[in-house]
Write a protein of this length. Structure first.
Length: 261
């Protein structure tokens, strides 16, 4: 049995892609990020766990091509109580779309913040090997692009106790026109302006973005094209180092940045 533990309340604890065709997504991300896979929770056939260097890094699920939803990545945050977190979401004029429902050995909620950015809530044990870091194939960081990052920080802080006195290992600060979330001193997420609710391109609307680590950003962009994906923004320098914005063959938006290893 895998070793599991409880995640810090309010900490990012997982990222998951909801695709139309699981095999298509698995093949694409294996080519671009070097992932291998194992069966998901309780052996569910439509959900798999991606592994990089033997460690779990992401979940891939599928609901079928006729499900009518856009393919997208979702960031999940840990909660001691999914019910309480869902109640706090509703109290703050936001939306609970799914749950809380049982999933594997935990409970999950899918919600949208007041600017309609989708995020997940997870109550349950997590794999201690999963973390936001800078190793190849793993999530590098999460980024919320939204209309008002300060208001969004107040929302998420209220839902997940980011602003609670003595919150364990969590530090939230306003830095360089963005709000940065650190866990045990390590930056794991930031909230910044740039999302526009009425943007004609839905990928420019408020949403959580997932960045993955790769050995070389330029090489990853070429692999995306070879695997049938799209380069939305070619490799460029950023505050966090080289980055590129990409789409998988079904339209799922993600980003890559340079790994430290």
């Amino acid at each position: 049995m895998p070793v599991t533990t409880r995640a810090t309340q309010g900490a990012p604890c997982w990222v998951s892609l909801m695709a139309h065709d699981l095999k298509t997504s698995q093949d694409f991300y294996a080519s671009v990020l070097g992932w291998h896979y194992k069966p998901g929770f309780q052996g569910q056939g439509n959900y798999s766990v991606a592994l990089a260097q033997g460690a779990p890094v992401a979940g891939l699920g599928a609901g079928g091509r006729g499900a009518g939803y856009p393919v997208s990545w979702t960031a999940y945050f840990a909660a001691d109580s999914a019910d309480l977190a869902a109640e706090r979401v509703r109290e703050r004029s936001a939306t609970v779309a799914v749950g809380p429902i049982e999933f594997g050995k935990g409970r999950v909620v899918v919600a949208a913040d007041p600017e309609d950015a989708v995020f997940g809530i997870w109550e349950g044990e997590v794999d201690p090997d999963w973390r936001v870091g800078r190793s190849s194939g793993a999530p590098a960081r999460l980024e919320l692009r939204t209309r008002d990052p300060f208001a969004s920080a107040l929302f998420y802080g209220g839902v997940f106790d980011w602003d609670a006195p003595g919150a364990e290992h969590i530090d939230v600060r306003y830095e360089n026109d963005r709000v940065v979330l650190r866990i045990a001193g390590h930056p794991v997420a930031d909230l910044r302006g740039g999302g526009e609710e009425a943007a004609p391109d839905p990928h420019m609307r408020p949403q959580w973005h997932v960045y993955f680590c790769v050995p070389d950003v330029g090489t990853a962009a070429l692999k995306v094209l070879d695997a049938g994906g799209t380069v939305v923004c070619p490799p460029c320098d950023s505050h966090f180092g080289p980055v590129a914005t990409l789409r998988d063959p079904e339209g799922g938006l993600f980003h890559v940045t340079q790994a430290d290893d």
